[in-house]
Write a protein that binds this ligand. Structure first.
Ligand code: SF4
Ligand SMILES: [Zn+2]
Ligand SMILES: [Zn+2]
Length: 321
């Protein structure tokens, strides 16, 4: 992937402080030194938090996978003085899950940060590979549903009202393009980096990295000595979301700044969505649900052969990451 580190001719100057630069931000048509890049990165997160109206005294639980985005998010929010704790949901995917936990353990120990680990197998009785064997649906969709719902529950059980996730500008712009191409208006209505809570059992969701591109996050990790998980999930092949991101990267390469403009013009002209909350209670687990059976219980029922379709629930949950 492209890196923002670059060599500059003698006499080149950082746009902000006039020292010798080592970083090029093509989408901003600017060159920076490391220290000014870190200032830019932190400011982008502060601007997001201001937009979400979240202050340092509001505790934030951070969903951590061990990848670059979630570790960078945790590091920068801690640096900025936010009261944070990590939460990791172990999917039981062999070496991948073991490496995820190792990356989080090292990161948190180095910085004396606290976190909790939960296991899908302990909660649902199956690892993700076992669920994959027993269900015919695309595994990333099933995994997304399970992660969303379990992390929602666990956030509330841990006593937090705010859940932060590491989605970056590329993720959000790719998702926006995908939703536009497919005319998914019901998803577009909810596409915003902050979603308020609509139920006492659902936390508010925030995406403080939405102003930062993936390669900027990689650069922050290098400068801050963060060693994220490099291994890819063995089930990740073939996700169509990558195609929309690649399409935007192509445009970005030809016209730097396009990706940011595309996302920000959409986000900035909107008010935070107020998702409706027509919640019922899941008849199996008692958690909030759009139908009488929540998405996770629906998956478990289908695995045991007594499943039923609950399209409204799946549709709405899928748009509420
Ligand atoms: S790639 Fe798919 S299966 Fe693997 S962790 Fe991500 S969503 Fe889950
Ligand atoms: Zn500088
Ligand atoms: Zn349920």
């Amino acid at each position: 992937m492209n890196d923002v580190f670059a060599e500059f001719p003698k006499g080149a100057k950082c746009t902000r402080c006039r020292e010798y630069p080592n970083i090029r931000l093509a989408s901003h048509h600017t060159i920076l030194c490391s220290s000014c890049f870190l200032h830019y990165f932190r400011t982008a997160v502060q601007r997001a938090m201001k937009k979400f109206r979240i202050t340092q005294d509001q505790p934030i639980l951070i969903a951590v996978s061990g990848g670059k985005d979630s570790l960078a998010l945790w590091a920068v929010l801690s640096e900025l003085g936010y009261n944070t704790k990590g939460i990791h949901l172990n999917l039981g995917i062999g070496d991948f899950s073991r490496a995820s936990v190792e990356a989080i353990e090292k990161f948190a120990a180095d910085r004396q940060l606290t976190w909790s680990e939960y296991s899908v197998e302990t909660i649902l009785g199956f690892t993700l590979p076992e669920i994959r064997e027993r269900t015919r649906r695309a595994i990333c969709s099933v995994c997304g549903t399970i992660k969303r719902q379990l992390i929602n529950r666990l956030t509330i059980n841990e006593g937090f009202l705010n859940l932060a996730m590491g989605h970056n500008l590329d993720d959000e712009a790719g998702r926006l393009l995908g939703n536009m191409v497919r005319h998914r208006t019901q998803y577009l209505e909810k596409q915003y980096p902050y979603l308020p809570s609509t139920h006492p059992r659902l936390p508010a969701k925030l995406k403080p990295l939405y102003r930062l591109e993936a390669h900027e996050i990689r650069t922050y990790c290098k400068l801050m000595n963060i060693a994220p998980l490099e291994m890819k999930c063995p089930f990740s092949r073939g996700a169509t979301s990558h195609l929309f991101k690649e399409a935007l990267s192509f445009l970005e390469h030809k016209m730097p700044g396009t990706k940011r403009d595309f996302l920000f013009t959409y986000v900035n002209r909107r008010e935070p969505p107020q998702p409706e909350s027509p919640y019922q209670v899941c008849r199996e687990c008692g958690e909030p649900s759009y139908g009488n059976l929540c998405s996770v219980c629906n998956i478990l029922d289908r695995m045991s052969g007594k499943g039923e379709s609950n399209p409204v629930d799946e549709l709405t949950q899928a748009s509420y990451p």
